[in-house]
Ligand binder design. Sequence first.
Ligand code: SF4
Length: 210
Amino acid sequence: MELRERVGKIVAALKAAYPEARCSLTHGDPLQLLVATILSAQCTDERVNQVTPGLFRKYRSAEAFASAPDGELEAAIRSTGFFNNKAKSIRGACRMILGKFGGRVPETMDGLLELPGVARKTANVVLGNAFGKNEGVVVDTHVGRISKRMGMTRQKTPEKIERALVKLVERGDWAVFSHLLIHHGRAVCTARRAACGECCVADLCPKVGV
Ligand code: SF4
């Protein structure tokens, strides 16, 4: 079976297995998702979701984040780790959103990449999940590990893995593809153990390195 066809079948099987797969960062609008995604660096989504309800009650707009007093924002996000850098990124991004983008989170890859502290992965999360735009595939540790085990790529860096995946996955599925692999990576194909005997795509997977 050709690789693209096999990937299509894998995506269909994972959609059937995880119909609830979606962005696991709680958010109500693009700004909240941007902030939550910045907070999720080196931190679990679960932990971020514990912090954001209170954070979003306290800071309700880009203005509020941009003008958060020194130390106050840092304290509010402390438990997500690297809080000084994250606070700097959030303040900086919100200042640019106000100064350059009319107070709205930009809806393009180029615009998002201009924001301080926003790299391609964060931009892909925001575009795919807040704006419904499939501009790329989010490659995190689960997506990287499983796409290699599934024989979709041998690349090692997230950028190169993404370039391989966008050639294999239907564009309309780019955003959901990451969520499906993340769900599968938590439930079945974990870093410590690939439970191939319980896997819904076992007959489609070459189990590279397993
Ligand atoms: S068959 Fe095994 S290696 Fe392949 S996706 Fe399933 S659990 Fe992972």
